[in-house]
Design a protein around this ligand. Structure first.
Ligand SMILES: Nc1ncnc2c1ncn2[C@@H]1O[C@H](COP(=O)(O)OP(=O)(O)O)[C@@H](O)[C@H]1O
Ligand SMILES: [Mg+2]
Length: 311
């Protein structure tokens, strides 16, 4: 059966949430009292906000009977959400729970008017319901909502944490993940563990032995060694060879010209070229990137960029 690893490996207990120690410690204190206030979980996606809400509910109640998850960006609008909240909130909690919990995902996607409506709903059901609002930026929420919640900030996961998590999946799924592959996944996912897990699953469907090359193929990026070589050839005036290299990257590694420019930009400070060279390249990159955004043919622009690199 096909199963998404982001669901299969979702933490079951608060203790399994990684990289958010302070937050977890404070939430456990609530659990031990059997009580939570309204909570606001802020942070980029894939840092464990939904997982934390689910495990929190489980540890409070031992099940998720008194829990519902709604998405604020539900295109049917705030009225639908309010009706759903009302339906859920007006019946008593099941068992001996003293309140119900509503997780509202993407709360910062709501318009200001919708947020006012949400605020009133929160007030109306404050006796029987707790809200956990999930958002990218707490500053996008109106002040009266913020002040009704205890705010927790979720940090992007660091390389060690991501590695630990991927290593667990490696063992469970009988994979072999190279050190370079982990590094490439980390660079690409930028602390978003959902993205890291999805990349790993895509790689594993190609091969159980996961090399850096497979990762780069899945995410459509070039090896950093190749990028460096491409630039050096062009800087030294070897335009035809650098052009050949460019075509190789596109055909063999499936890299697109505009992604390549972005990649050069993101790794420019790691390349072994002089600082002056780096500055010069960034200025050129800005020109060519702008032209691509304005609608010029990306391949022609990338070739022109390479041609202009010669000292
Ligand atoms: N801090 C974390 N600890 C453990 N797993 C995490 C963490 N952050 C993300 N994940 C994993 O990534 C996936 C997405 O997590 P989720 O909690 O839905 O993130 P968010 O709600 O912040 O977007 C899940 O599979 C989960 O197992
Ligand atoms: Mg979420």
């Amino acid at each position: 059966m096909f199963e998404l690893w982001t669901e299969k490996y979702r933490p079951k207990k608060l203790d399994e949430i990684i990289g958010q120690d302070e937050t977890i410690k404070r939430l456990k204190a609530f659990v031990s009292k059997g009580y939570i206030p309204n909570l606001l979980f802020a942070g980029m996606q894939g840092t464990g906000k939904t997982s934390t809400a689910l495990t929190l509910v489980n540890e409070l109640f031992g099940n998720t009977e008194n829990f519902v998850e709604l998405n604020a960006s539900d295109e049917r609008g705030i009225d639908t959400i309010r009706i759903k909240i009302k339906d859920f909130a007006r019946t008593k909690p099941i068992g001996n729970a003293s309140f119900k919990i509503i997780l509202l995902d993407e709360a910062d996607a709501l318009t200001k008017d919708a947020q006012q409506a949400l605020r009133r709903t929160m007030e109306n059901y404050s006796e029987t319901c707790r809200f956990i609002l999930d958002c990218n930026y707490s500053s996008k929420l109106i002040e009266p909502i913020q002040s009704r919640c205890v705010i927790f900030r979720f940090k992007p996961l660091n390389k060690e944490d991501i590695k630990k998590y991927l290593k667990k999946i490696e063992k469970e799924e009988n994979l072999k993940i190279g050190e370079d592959a982990i590094k490439a996944i980390f660079v690409e996912c930028g602390g978003d563990l959902r993205r890291a897990t999805n990349i790993l699953q895509a790689c594993a469907s190609i091969n159980k032995e996961i090399s850096e090359d497979i990762v780069l193929k899945v995410i459509g990026k070039a090896r950093s060694k190749d990028v460096e070589e491409l630039l050096k050839l062009a800087i030294n005036g070897n335009f035809l060879d650098s052009r050949k290299k460019l075509y190789n990257l596109m055909i063999e590694q499936g890299v697109s010209p505009d992604d390549l420019l972005k990649q050069i930009y993101s790794q420019i400070f790691e390349l072994e070229i002089s600082d002056n060279e780096k500055l010069r390249i960034i200025k050129l990159l800005a020109d060519y990137e702008f032209r691509i955004v304005e609608g010029s043919n990306p391949l022609i622009q990338v070739e022109a960029f390479l041609a202009s690199l010669k000292e």
